[in-house]
Design a protein around this ligand. Structure first.
Ligand SMILES: C[S@@+](CC[C@H](N)C(=O)[O-])C[C@H]1O[C@@H](n2cnc3c(N)ncnc32)[C@H](O)[C@@H]1O
Length: 297
């Protein structure tokens, strides 16, 4: 399903939709959580498999995405509850709805095409904009703050820890010298001046991703969620997580292993599931996706 977005790209295409549906194995009167509902691509598919008695809880930090989601899904509140919040607050969100357990949870991590292609949010090195990168526009800390207020060493650590970029120290040094660094093109220039031309675009993409992860505290939020989600799944309930980054995937893999050792879950995907060649051909943005799933026992 292709969904028209507001400003920026024309569509966001949900990744591995059939795999997600198969693994969630939807109980038609059940309650599901889409913890990163975005503009509602996966959510529309989940809702189409739920009966009028079923319910979907959609969560996203991005208010702009949620506005588009509400309009595109156009579903009554009796079937869909939307929260502008972080999925790691799952407990308080479900408590507020007086929901104890759910039948399945989906996380489709990272950012949407809406965000990547936005001309004003600074997620993409290909679009000139202020350096922002916040999923939640009400959050104070932006990419600008990280790049202009932190010591050089902290910037180098953020780049290295979040992307394993080998030129992290050189890049951080240059950013420090160039301050203030306020536009996407300033950051691209800092990287260009410190890295060899071959594969430079990959380095630029890695650095942008590393800064985005830090701005939104993405790995920490994922870990907090993984510590808690299983208490909210009913026996037989499914968790499906799609990640786009090896660090995220490693965190999910280790957490699932620990929960398996404690007999809390059964791992359904022994190895991660990847998008088919056909899907990658039609949606290049799916190419780095890895999906893992488990069942509460
Ligand atoms: C890949 S997109 C999801 C797209 C969605 N599955 C769809 O089909 O439209 C990832 C979404 O996760 C959101 N997000 C990232 N971190 C989040 C968090 N901690 N809590 C809630 N939403 C988050 C982003 O704002 C973005 O909208």
């Amino acid at each position: 399903m292709a969904i028209p977005s507001g400003e920026g790209t024309k569509i966001h295409v949900p990744v591995m939709p059939q795999e997600v549906l198969k693994l969630l194995n939807i109980v038609e009167d059940g309650i599901y959580v889409d913890g990163t509902i975005g503009i509602g691509g996966h959510a529309g598919l989940i809702l189409s498999h739920l009966s009028p008695k079923g319910h979907l809880v959609g969560i996203d930090r991005d208010e702009e995405a949620l506005e588009i989601c509400k309009n595109s899904l156009n579903i009554s509140q009796s079937r869909l509850s939307i929260f502008n919040d972080s999925y790691h607050n799952l407990n308080s969100i479900l408590d507020s709805l007086e929901i104890n357990k759910v039948n399945g949870i989906l996380l489709d991590l990272g950012m949407s095409s809406l965000q990547l292609d936005s001309k004003k949010r600074g997620f993409s090195y290909k679009r000139e904009s202020k350096l922002d990168m916040r999923f939640d526009q009400s959050q104070k800390k932006s990419a600008y703050d990280i790049l202009n207020k932190l010591p050089e060493k902290d910037i180098a650590n953020i780049i290295f820890n979040n992307s394993q970029e080998r030129y992290s120290r050189r890049i951080a040094k240059k950013i420090f010298e160039m301050r203030p660094i306020s536009m996407v093109s300033d950051l691209v220039e800092g990287i260009r001046l410190t890295t060899p031309p071959s594969k430079r675009n990959k380095t630029i993409a890695r650095v942008f991703q590393a800064i985005r992860i830090a701005v939104n505290d993405e790995l920490n939020k994922l870990e907090l969620f993984l510590d808690n989600f299983s208490n909210r799944l009913t026996i037989g309930g499914k968790i499906v997580i799609i990640s786009f980054h090896s660090l995220e995937d490693r965190i999910v893999k280790h957490s699932f292993r620990e929960l398996k050792k404690k007999n809390v879950i059964r791992i359904i995907t022994k190895k991660p599931v990847y998008p088919s060649d056909e899907e990658i051909l039609s949606n290049k943005k799916s190419s780095s996706a890895k999906l893992r799933s488990a069942e509460k026992i």
